[in-house]
Design a protein around this ligand. Structure first.
Ligand code: CO
Length: 134
């Protein structure tokens, strides 16, 4: 059985959060379910619900934010995929035990009161992966 129980969110880096929200509203009729500034990550995010998952629109709140660096390097677009897991610490340990690079050595608080950990895209098929425990 898969450790990944659901796609929690697909995160898209954008330069203008309000314009991006408006794009999803006009194009697909999406409404914002949650909006939050995560100071520790230097980002503001808006979550648009799609069934039991979210589209997460992500924008930097300061120049030294990793998302600001991403936008500079790659432009707007897919930033990471958040997979829901029952136990973030256990899932992260298995990733480390398999010899894969991680960004977070231990789980930490995410938005919406979740517990999260990021896995490095190098060694993860080029995709930044976030493990999300609700
Ligand atoms: Co995320």
């Amino acid at each position: 059985m898969s450790e990944l129980t659901e796609i929690d969110h697909v995160a898209i880096a954008v330069r203008d959060l309000d314009a991006a929200i408006e794009w999803y509203r006009e194009t697909f009729g999406c409404e914002v379910a949650h909006r939050e500034v995560v100071e520790s990550d230097g980002v503001e995010e808006a979550l648009l619900r799609v069934a039991d998952s979210y589209v997460q629109l992500l924008t930097p709140t300061r120049a030294d934010s990793p998302v600001a660096a991403f936008l500079e390097r790659r432009g707007e677009g897919l930033h990471h995929v958040g997979y829901r897991v029952a136990d973030c610490a256990a899932a992260l340990e298995r990733v480390k035990a398999a010899g894969h690079r991680v960004i977070d050595e231990v789980p930490r608080p995410g938005s919406r009161g979740t517990i999260v950990a990021f896995i490095h895209p190098k060694g993860a098929l080029g995709t930044l992966i976030e493990l999300v425990q609700e």
